[in-house]
Design a protein around this ligand. Structure first.
Ligand code: SF4
Length: 272
């Protein structure tokens, strides 16, 4: 049996902390500076030129000719049962932002129900819209659909300026809470969120870190990665280093201080 929230070793070797992407939401809107070279937007721009009209229509709706988001958000109702059809346990990462303001709550509810019935899988929901996440998940909690032991919630923290998102994350009941510092664009001081002394009594279960990739990537400073790693190691919080740029090349799952950092949350996953 696969360990909850740990992707297969094949995925991890490729620097992936998930096994399968679950494209539940097409379209997005820029939220912060880390969206500048958004991978999802670039992929949508490529796919809007596809021959297949079904694929083309899906993406022409969400990105325009210039490659900018149209701001239309399209829930993918037809993909809701994908995990239920897969027998082999997997860690699923949900794309794009599951807590986009425009998504109907009915859709979020249906997706959470699909996760509830896919108990052999685990799911990672990463968001930059944690305030909206709190509203949605509170409503689902009232309907006895949240929290779920196989679903982790994380926030993107590309710079110190966005560490406030973790304080909101701590207000949400969840089995596992994580931070993705991808791309890491400044030094981060997360001691307050890694120690036991946070006023909410919560602490982070996992930190993921990596640089920006692609042609227009901005640099991630190795000393910032190293400092974040030290903060996690000192407090026993698992750290996953997805990639590093070394001599102008992005290396997946690289060594840092003579070892790989492919740690994943340890559990037990008690809903708090
Ligand atoms: S929130 Fe994520 S998907 Fe949306 S624009 Fe930003 S990087 Fe892209």
């Amino acid at each position: 049996m696969q360990k909850p929230f740990r992707a297969s070793e094949d995925s991890i070797k490729k620097g992936k902390w998930w096994d399968l992407g679950w494209s539940l939401v097409e379209g997005c809107q820029t939220v912060d500076l880390s969206c500048q070279n958004c991978w999802a937007r670039q992929q949508a721009q490529i796919r809007r030129n596809q021959q297949n009209p079904k694929v083309r229509n899906r993406y022409t709706a969400v990105v325009d000719n210039a490659g900018c988001w149209t701001t239309r958000i399209m829930p993918q109702w037809s993909d809701l049962n994908r995990p239920l059809r897969r027998k082999k346990p997997a860690v699923w990462s949900i794309w794009n932002d599951f807590f986009a303001e425009e998504l109907p709550i009915d859709f979020q509810e249906a997706a959470i129900v699909a996760m509830l019935h896919s108990f052999k899988h685990s799911f990672l929901i990463l968001t930059k819209r944690i305030e909206r996440a709190a509203v949605v998940l509170r409503l689902l909690e009232k309907a006895d659909l949240w929290p779920l032991p196989n679903v982790g919630v994380g926030v993107s923290v590309p710079t110190q300026e966005f560490a406030w998102r973790i304080d909101h994350l701590f207000k949400i009941p969840a089995a596992m809470r994580f931070v993705s510092a991808e791309p890491l664009l400044s030094g981060l001081d997360l001691r307050r969120h890694l120690d036991d002394g946070h006023p909410t009594g919560k602490r982070l279960d996992w930190v993921i870190c990596g640089p920006e990739t692609g042609r227009h990537r901005r640099p991630t400073r190795i000393e910032h990665v190293s400092d974040l790693l030290d903060q996690c190691v000192c407090r026993g919080v698992p750290f996953f280093l997805k990639a590093l740029e070394i001599d102008g090349r992005v290396n997946k799952l690289p060594e840092l201080h003579n070892r790989l950092w492919d740690q994943t949350p340890r559990g037990p996953f008690v809903v708090l």
